[in-house]
Design a protein around this ligand. Structure first.
Ligand code: DX5
Ligand code: ZN
Length: 214
């Protein structure tokens, strides 16, 4: 599996160190959690911060938009340097139009589900997607506990993608760490986000190696 560290739990005054650590420790991409204080009860950062990090690494930027109306914000994130943009199925923008706009902008296209949203909500949109982001915590904060009840949803999404012959990255986000990453892989995920598990240890290299072996 691939690993995408999330800087959400890092010291925001030294995001540069978090970005370079991700690259040096063998991460595959950087997961950037954008929160608007409306869709989720927290604020993080926006396009100027992402643009300022862009020159620091060649890692792809995996931008997770936890915002109410992503359609009107897309251009700013594309300009800031996003390589992949994921919106939420629960947002208020028209989903198909927003997903198509992400594709037209030249970015990989992602759609995310909150823990309580059923897998079937994705089915009409699967042909438009490069990535499905399965939330295993309620979005808004890093450092929460993984919800094992979400594992069957990962398996259901994997089965539906296989049934249709679609090569879609299934990324899992929230509370993933060494003690549950095997379960996430076994359920059918192809990549994981790790915030606190990656950044709250002195050396995340063993975690990266373990993840890559799964
Ligand atoms: C939650 C974010 C996650 C989260 C990851 O709203 O989307 O990316 O911050 O952090 P951990 O791995 O600590 O749950
Ligand atoms: Zn995220």
């Amino acid at each position: 599996m691939k690993i995408a560290p999330s800087v959400m739990t890092c010291d925001f005054s030294r995001l540069d160190l978090a970005v370079t650590a991700a690259e040096e420790r063998g991460a595959d991409r950087l997961h950037l959690d954008v929160m608007d204080g409306v869709f989720v009860p927290n604020l993080s950062f926006g396009p100027p911060v992402i643009a300022s990090l862009r020159p620091l690494t060649t890692l792809p930027f995996d931008v997770h938009l936890m915002v109410q109306d992503p359609l009107k914000l897309l251009d700013a994130y594309v300009k800031a340097g996003a390589d992949m943009i994921t919106i939420h199925a629960e947002c208020s923008s028209p989903l198909e139009e927003t997903l198509c706009r992400i594709r037209e902008a030249g970015c990989k296209v992602g759609l995310s589900l909150n823990p309580d949203t059923p897998a079937e909500v994705l089915w009409p949109y699967l042909p438009l997607l490069d990535l499905v982001l399965v939330m295993t915590v309620q979005p808004g904060f890093g450092g929460q506990s993984f919800r094992p009840a979400c594992l069957p949803k990962i398996t259901a999404i994997r089965a539906e993608c296989d049934r249709r012959g679609l090569d879609i990255d299934i990324e899992v986000d929230g509370g993933v760490k060494a003690t549950n990453v095997r379960d996430v892989a076994a359920a059918g995920a192809t990549s994981v986000v790790m915030g606190s598990a990656f950044y709250d240890v002195d050396d995340p290299t063993p975690l990266v190696t373990l993840t890559h072996e799964l």
